[in-house]
Design a protein. Sequence first.
Length: 272
Amino acid sequence: MKPLIPSEQKAQIKTDKKFAWKIIRQYALICLLGFIGTSLGVAAAYAQTVSLDLGDGTGLTERVVQTIALITIMSLAPSFVIMTTSFVRIVVVLSLLRTAIGLQQAPPNAVIISLALFLTAFVMGPTFERSWTQGIEPLTKKEMTIEQAWPAATAPLKSFMLAQTREADLGLFIRLSRVPRPANIAALPMRVVTPAFMISELRRSFEIGFLLFVPFLIIDLVVASILMAMGMMMLPPVVVSLPFKLIFFVLVDGWRLVAESLVQSFKIVPSG
């Protein structure tokens, strides 16, 4: 024998069913409108014509290869910027700074990456200008071939990377790659210079991060000692020390100091 359901529960079940059907009808209407909009967009797209100019028909294979190479370079451009510029050191230091203060989501990752990108553009500006003048601009004016423009455009970038790379890291990858050590290190290939530059940047960023941790660690120790002396062992020291670390960072104008120190930590290669 089924248990009897009170009238209040029956009314509640009936109300829930009506609400559920209302949600389903609204969702179906939204899907229908979306399908209609997509269909109209596809129809408009079919009404347009797309053309790709590959020249007068001669050298078609070369143009196809150039197009594929261009697409590949565009897809790898973000990784190339990260690997061969000052972005590595800057973004790691800013992330370590956030951890040292004790903040989890402030500033958010988007803000840290944006600040790192702008500082990278500031530091790398002279290098990018020389790359444009020596290699990219002559290529666009058809004064150079791709084979001539590539080493000319990467030479300023390689000089910047070598100026920041430690001799020990560079020697490690020269030995691992089994390439003969040239008389001029500028003749080293990018596949040797890039990993050596990256691990040198990581080492330098960790050194800067250690210096950033020290003052905030002292504040944590002082606050923890005071709380223990007062018998407030149940109160997390991080909760109490966080406001003091924030006001300390603001009073010393921390963001200006960090940005200035990061920019000045790079060895700028003079032009010429």
